[in-house]
Ligand binder design. Structure first.
Ligand SMILES: C[S@@+](CC[C@H](N)C(=O)[O-])C[C@H]1O[C@@H](n2cnc3c(N)ncnc32)[C@H](O)[C@@H]1O
Length: 291
């Protein structure tokens, strides 16, 4: 496996050569571009060094009731809400492919997928999964769940994942949306990010505004939030968060100018509210951007 720090390059408009893009792959070639939009502009964000594998092990080792609610929120809300659904973007997806794997398992591949995050380790985890590299995170619980619920087995899903053109982009979402991405996506996914990366409500609203800027008119927006969380603890590291609740998040979406149609709200109780830092529940908000 080539280290992501070595293989990412400045966005140049060209795709990497197939040999380069498929370093470490163990099965058929597919279209994968690795893009570094942070090069030359060092970010002081603590998330650049986000401990991706520890995060996956802490939060995504099982399809427990929380993760089942998460996966259901994307697989069940995509059908009534879907527009053309040819392209999808994951905003600050971290190392987590739960949403995209579930979406693709339920509806088939997108033509184009942009997967973004500030952390280089997070994108390396995604690349490992797409390349089927031996060191990839074990997604067996999710694969088992998707097989039971949607009747698709792991090998078939891996093929569907690789049927899309992938862009793994390292970037800081505090910066403006790139002009080429504006109003370009049919599905905009953003899970457990906006509040976890915000110090105050202005930052939160600015992140939410960008979701609206990415979607085409009528695009499907799939988002989730951890309610009343003080932050995330992964091993010895703490990542503070701005606390939101069900009512306040709807107000922030409105302040961000997101006029959502067919809004669907779901929530799942925290499996361990007394844990540190602890949180009350998970909130899933989906809808269609105004057409
Ligand atoms: C709590 S994790 C959520 C990850 C994933 N979306 C999920 O569903 O589990 C927050 C993610 O936001 C990323 N992040 C934080 N601030 C960011 C920023 N300004 N720009 C881009 N990514 C950022 C972190 O690197 C991390 O992967």
């Amino acid at each position: 496996m080539t280290d992501c720090r070595c293989i990412v390059s400045q966005r140049s408009g060209r795709r990497f050569s197939p040999e380069f893009a498929t370093t470490g792959r163990s099965s058929g070639a597919f279209d994968l571009a690795l893009i570094n939009l942070m090069a030359g502009a060092p970010s002081e964000s603590i998330f650049c060094e986000f401990p991706a594998r520890g995060y996956l092990e802490t939060y995504y080792s099982a399809v427990d009731p929380e993760n089942a609610a998460f996966v259901r929120s994307v697989t069940e809300d995509i059908w009534p809400l879907s527009a053309a659904s040819d392209s999808a973007i994951e905003v600050a997806g971290g190392p987590c492919l739960y949403a995209l794997m579930s979406l693709i398992a339920s509806r088939g591949p997108f033509k184009d997928v942009a997967f973004t995050d500030a952390g280089w380790r997070t994108l390396r985890e995604v690349e490992c999964r797409l390349q089927d590299h031996p060191s990839r995170f074990a997604h067996d619980p999710l694969l088992g769940w998707l097989s039971d619920e949607l009747g698709i087995e792991g090998g078939g899903l891996a093929r569907l994942l690789r049927a899309s053109r992938w862009e793994l982009a390292r970037l800081d979402w505090r910066r403006p949306v790139a002009p080429t991405w504006r109003h370009s996506y049919d599905v905009v996914c953003c899970h457990y990010f906006a509040a976890s990366a915000s110090d105050d409500e202005n930052e939160l609203v600015a992140f939410l505004q960008k979701l609206g800027e990415l979607g085409r008119p009528g695009a499907t927006l799939l988002t989730s939030f951890v309610c009343r969380a003080a932050g995330t603890t992964i091993g010895p590291r703490e990542f503070p968060a701005f606390a939101v609740g069900q009512r306040s998040i709807l107000g922030y979406l409105e302040r961000a100018g997101l006029e959502l149609e067919d809004v669907e709200l779901r929530s799942a109780p925290s499996k361990d509210p007394a844990s540190s830092p602890g949180y009350e529940d998970l909130l899933f908000v989906s809808g269609r951007l105004a057409g």
